[in-house]
Design a binder for this molecule. Structure first.
Ligand code: DGJ
Length: 722
């Protein structure tokens, strides 16, 4: 894993990429990020940045690796530090030193990537304020992703007010470029959005909601205009953080682009007394010359091998049934056991009890915070239900929403000051609930204990950790006035501490993240919870778009995906069990409907689906996922799973048609990455095709029937012509 530093050039190389930086007049410049170079002999690239009009300082046109504030750089600053004594925030970072070491910086309690690594650390300083910025670039032997993080230290004598603390700032070459990002809303998460970048324009993507949010995902790409799924240059960043963020994609007036991500100054500042440090979260940064699919393959590998906890990297995830859409709040022990019993017959492996099992929660307007079983629904207690379900041979999972408190709860009556709020202002409720002030240690302790004590009491092997509203009045009267804008981040730090403690104490519990569906789908959550409920929208046709958009940065094994009832509760659309199942099997497969009410035909189909998933889940969650046809552009959506061999043996192609077309042409898909010299047999039809034909000529999809139909085609290599 080479990191070379010589003749004033810093060269960070992964197996496929190079990042080259240099120092010029004390300024750290990023000269190149792209396809791997044999050496760093590229100082001549400085010629691309000649001195400009006399009214611009060099800061305005040089490719600064850490642009700051007040000395002529007008792009999104990496950091600004205000001297509380003078009130100015001029920040001028100049190179001080560097070192290379094995391993990477320890960021705990912040989540960060794991595994064998080597790090280039560059230290910059502002000689007036004493602000020191420590920039870390870490590489791994098995991925092109570079993990970047920044620590800001105050070595001066006066306290500083830190703003704009970015984790990554990536100057990119000039060219015709597009910004690709993933905005959304509840039930419509992560839609693929591509727009032209123009000189002089800055696009700010952000969350100030106290969660990475449904609205914008902290994972963003810049692609050359011609880049497609399968070719072209693509650059991207993904924040390893689950709270507020600011991502800025900009193109300066000379046409040079920059992508940066970090804390959102709208809801963040940090008092940095002399001698203290602030650690900004990590970001994953990636370049691929193989289009969006090439980018995603690399990113998925990184997520599984370096973000998700090692114990879950390859572990099979259970097929579960969740009672939310089956019962909502209206259940009792008998009903649950009936669903669980039927689920077992269908081959389902785990029962998950969702919202409504605690306090007096018959609707969403009370009891959050009171994590004791509701005896009117579960008269024999939670422990009894768990043991009944587990004795059927099913595992048991439980829903919590631990970060919340209902004003109508014992917890709130006892501790009305334990929620986030601003003195003298109304406490804005959403879904009739408030957010606990996790920036306070005693509140975080309560949250930890409430979950841990339930998990200690019974055999629970899965927790769905929900979070159903965003922050308002996100302040903590427990902090001094000058530290109020630290509240959101302190909340996240303590939340991560709680996650780490629970992971340590319950290493065999599978935690699934959730936030009103996919409102907190990010690398920070995945570091503690290897899967996330992708969306509350379980309509299969809507799910195609959501899972497709999510897959740009996140692998299928990170996405919870369930078969729900038809007509669908979110859209009213009626679809076949087969289609619902064949969409859900492309993620962490499960059910979310009352299986005791299914027709015999649907039960048979559900059994077929669970058997299929058991047989193929290692390929689906451990193989290479490739997008073949986009639901954002086509009537046919398609994707493919292939085993990890360079020349795959086993391939599954999934194709889904939205609307039937009268007298239309037969739709076909082009497979990707097969062994072109080998033959592959379609297991169902017995037909044999050459890998080359499947890729270049395409595979006609067997006849589809009506709207919303799907086909799953399993191909096995039969012989190689090598
Ligand atoms: C939102 C989640 O996304 C749903 O799956 C369900 O758990 C509800 N919350 C329960 O309140």
């Amino acid at each position: 894993m080479p990191v070379t530093c010589s003749a004033g050039m810093f060269h960070v190389r992964t197996s496929g990429t190079s990042l080259v930086m240099t120092v010029e007049n004390g300024l750290l410049l990023q000269l190149y990020y792209g396809k791997r170079l044999k050496d760093a002999e590229i100082k001549y690239l400085l010629d691309a940045y000649p001195p400009r009009a006399s009214f611009d300082t060099p800061m305005a046109y040089l490719p600064l690796a850490a642009p700051a504030v007040g000395t002529g750089s007008y792009c999104q600053p990496s950091v600004s530090a205000m001297r509380l004594k003078t009130g100015d925030n001029v920040t001028d970072l100049r190179y001080r030193s560097h070192r290379v070491y094995e391993g990477k910086p320890e960021l705990a309690p912040l989540p960060s990537s794991r595994g064998q690594s080597r790090t280039l650390e560059l230290t910059l300083e502002d000689s007036v304020t004493g602000l020191v910025a420590v920039l870390s670039y870490s590489i791994f032997p098995d991925t092109d992703v570079i993990s970047v993080s920044r620590r800001y230290e105050n070595e001066g004598g006066e306290p500083l007010l830190l703003r704009d603390a970015q984790s990554a700032s990536m100057p990119l070459p000039a060219g015709k470029l597009d910004l690709v990002h993933f905005p959304g809303a509840w039930a419509r998460e992560r839609s693929v959005t591509r727009r032209e970048m123009r000189a002089g324009e800055q696009t700010l993507l952000k969350s100030s909601r106290g969660a990475s949010s449904h609205s914008n995902n902290p994972s963003v790409m810049i692609a050359e205009r011609g880049a497609s799924e399968d070719c072209g240059n693509v650059y991207g960043q993904s924040f390893v953080y689950s709270g507020d963020f600011l991502c800025c994609a900009e193109m300066d007036n000379y046409g040079f682009a920059r992508l940066s991500i970090g804390m959102n100054p709208e809801t963040f500042s940090w008092i940095l007394p002399s001698g203290e440090a602030f650690q900004a979260p990590e970001a994953a940064m990636l370049y691929s010359d193989s289009g969006f699919n090439g980018f995603s393959h690399e990113m998925h590998r990184f997520v599984l091998s370096h973000i998700v906890r090692a114990s879950w990297e390859k572990r099979e995830r259970p097929i579960l049934i969740n009672n939310w859409e089956a019962t909502y709040f209206n259940f009792n022990e008998e009903k649950i056991l009936k669903i669980a019993g039927e689920a077992r017959e269908l081959g389902i492996e785990m029962f998950v009890l969702d919202d409504g099992w605690f306090g007096k929660r018959d609707s969403d307007n009370c009891s959050l915070g009171d994590w004791k079983a509701d005896k009117s629904k579960l008269p024999n207690g939670l422990e009894h239900l768990v043991s009944e379900v587990t004795s059927m041979g099913l595992k048991f999972g439980l829903w919590f929403e631990p970060e919340m408190v209902s004003p109508n709860s014992e917890l709130y009556r006892e501790h009305p000051d334990w929620c986030l709020h601003a003195e003298g202002r109304p406490r804005t409720e959403a879904r009739s609930q408030l957010i606990l002030d996790l920036s306070r240690d005693e509140v975080a302790e309560y949250v930890y204990k409430s979950v841990a004590s339930v998990l200690r009491g019974c055999d629970i092997t899965y927790v769905k950790w929900d979070m159903n509203r965003n922050m308002t009045e996100g302040f903590s009267p427990a902090l001094p006035p000058e530290r109020q804008l630290e509240t959101h981040h302190r909340y996240m730090l303590n939340l991560y501490r709680v996650f780490a403690r629970l992971n340590d104490e319950f290493p065999n519990v599978l935690f699934e993240g959730c936030s009103g569906g996919g409102g907190r789908f990010d690398l920070g959550m995945l570091a503690f919870m290897p899967q996330i409920w992708t969306s509350d929208d379980t309509d299969p046709m809507e799910r195609l778009k959501i899972q497709y958009g999510t897959s740009f940065f996140f692998p299928p094994s990170a996405m919870g995906a369930h078969v729900s009832a038809s007509p669908n509760h979110q859209t009213g659309r009626a679809t076949r069990m087969k289609t619902r199942g064949e969409v859900a099997l492309a993620g962490n497969f499960g059910f979310e409907l009352d299986v005791s009410k299914l027709s015999d035909e649907d039960k048979a189909e559900a059994k077929r689906l669970t058997a299929f998933v058991k047989r193929r889940r290692s390929l689906i969650s451990g193989g290479t996922f490739t997008r073949l046809s986009s639901p954002f552009e086509n009537n046919l959506t398609a994707w493919q799973f292939a085993d990890k061999h360079e020349k795959p043996q086993s391939v599954i192609i999934c194709a889904y048609r939205l609307l039937a077309e009268p007298n239309g042409r037969v739709l076909s898909v082009h497979a990707q990455g097969l062994d072109e010299k080998a033959d592959y047999r379609d297991i169902a039809s017995g037909k044999v095709y050459s890998g080359g034909a499947l890729m270049y000529a395409g595979l006609p999809i067997p006849e589809l029937c009506g709207d919303f139909d799907s086909r799953v085609i399993e191909l096995e290599k039969v012989k190689s012509k090598d």
